[in-house]
Design a protein around this ligand. Structure first.
Ligand SMILES: *Cc1c(COP(=O)(O)O)cnc(C)c1O
Length: 455
């Protein structure tokens, strides 16, 4: 009998709760600190820009948190997402490994990001908020939030880094198609933007400036909140629907992963996949489970950064998070995986890495695109440059199995498609893609800007 290629759940089998790992951590997560006082933040500190439901989820000790019915209804536009067995890739590699991938590219914005954008829009709407602001670089997060806001009748204002606004118009068009207002940042709409423009009218913008604008907008309008697409505990929580589905699908396949591989920018897509599995590792049911986080050599947060308190944003406006960091002033080289160019990392992933429960490796973008092309030619799907990092390491692990003859089970997080990233593929195919070797001194320089934290 031919082996099955895909494992699909019925809508009725879609999980109805998210999994919160906080109560299952072997040691509690270090607290988030107020930047002025150095004391742990309170819900009141966060209330001006986040709805109370999300603030509660950020700190919750409940293991299971029910997904509101309205959110489940929206999820069903594209969920449950498929799990595939990469049979043709296995054959191309001639490996005894069994490779599976969980594919989040089937959502309308084309990635995992709407799993949290939809939930965040819902909770804000429920608490009477009329409008959400956010920043976006290449536009993946902005388009997910525009999609979520549109479904719940919220206005959405996206501050998009000016150089991306002009160089990458298609995701802007997508945002506008879903009704969002998109402005190039720095803009004339905020104090922060006007100040930058006064000094440098041709400023190309940066995520740091865009965050300052989005936060200022939210803080100065009563009906407006701010929304973040990765890093925070509640974002990772919403993404666990990915791993909860995958667990059921792996069961259908009659397999359990020995290795789970994913890319990490702020950590949300990968944590969404691996957290429900790492529960089994932490409980001793699958102690030898390996979880491999893959980051770019150009932004090597876990592999080269220290574990320290730092701001979540480049502007230094947010509370202090304990995380592996390259320093909030670090400006990563312009690699094509825009979603992986973040100086810090989700505190939950950092904590698990610090405890030795997950591994991390870094790869160069040319090796990554080489792997992505191999994957696309075998499996058809064209990976976004971000998950292509995970594709690279999946192939490496499968080839190790070929050496050793071990039929390991590998599960890959394929967080999105690359249809908006074809310029990057074009550069690779034309032999124009460059790798960036990051000088140690550059990292050390950026780390000098780490904030001082009272002991
Ligand atoms: C934004 C993005 C990422 C990186 O963000 P995480 O929070 O680390 O998941 C990865 N893959 C895709 C497709 C993205 O759009």
């Amino acid at each position: 009998m031919a082996e099955r290629r895909k494992f699909l759940l019925d809508e009725s089998e879609m999980p109805t709760s998210w999994y919160n790992v906080l109560p299952d951590l072997p040691e509690p997560l270090p607290p988030v600190l107020h930047p002025a006082t150095g004391k742990p933040v309170t819900p009141d500190d966060l209330a001006p820009i986040f709805p109370m439901a999300l603030i509660e989820q950020e700190m919750s000790q409940e293991r299971w948190i029910e997904i509101p019915e309205e959110v489940q209804e929206v999820y069903k536009l594209w969920r449950p997402t498929p799990l595939f067995r990469a049979k043709r890739l296995e054959e191309a590699l001639d490996t005894p490994a069994r490779i599976y991938y969980k594919y989040e590219g089937v959502s309308p914005p084309g990635s995992h990001k709407p799993n949290t954008a939809v939930a965040q829009a819902y909770y804000n709407k429920k608490e009477g908020v009329k409008r959400l602001t956010t920043e976006t670089g290449a536009g993946q997060w902005g388009s997910a939030l525009a999609f979520g806001c549109n479904l719940f009748g919220l206005e959405c204002k996206v501050y998009m880094v000016k150089v991306s606004y002009h160089q990458k118009p298609y995701r802007r068009v997508l945002m506008e198609t879903w009704g969002a207002k998109v402005v190039p940042s720095p803009s004339e709409d905020t104090e922060a933007g006007r100040k930058v423009l006064q000094e440098d009218p041709d400023c190309p913008g940066s995520l740091g400036i865009a965050i300052s604008e989005a936060v200022e907008d939210a803080a100065t309008h009563d009906d407006t909140n701010y929304s973040l697409g990765s890093v925070l505990n509640h974002v990772l929580l919403h993404q666990t629907i990915v791993g909860l589905e995958a667990k059921k699908q792996m069961e259908m396949a009659g397999d359990y992963p020995d290795i789970i591989v994913g890319c990490i920018g702020g950590g949300s897509n990968f944590a969404g996949l691996f957290l429900p599995f790492i529960k089994d590792k932490l409980e001793g049911k699958k102690e030898d489970l390996r979880v491999i986080c893959v980051e770019p050599e150009a932004c090597p947060t876990l592999t080269k950064g220290p574990y320290a308190y730092d701001y979540g944003d480049e502007a230094g406006l947010t509370p202090l998070l304990k995380m592996y960091t390259l320093g909030h002033n670090f400006v990563p080289p312009p690699i094509h995986a825009g979603g992986l160019r973040y100086h810090g990392m989700a505190p939950i992933i950092c904590h698990l890495y610090n405890l030795g429960k997950v591994e991390a490796v870094a790869r160069h973008q040319t090796q990554v695109f080489e792997a992505a092309i191999k994957f696309a030619r075998a499996e058809g799907f064209v990976p976004a440059p971000e998950p292509a990092h995970a594709v690279r390491v999946t192939i490496e692990e499968a080839l190790k199995c070929k050496e050793s003859g071990e039929p390991k089970v590998i599960l890959l997080a394929l967080s999105g498609h690359g249809h908006f990233d074809l310029a990057a593929y074009d550069a690779y195919l034309a032999g124009k893609l460059e790798d960036y070797e990051l000088p140690k001194e550059e990292i050390e320089e950026a780390l000098k800007g780490l904030p001082k934290v009272p002991a």
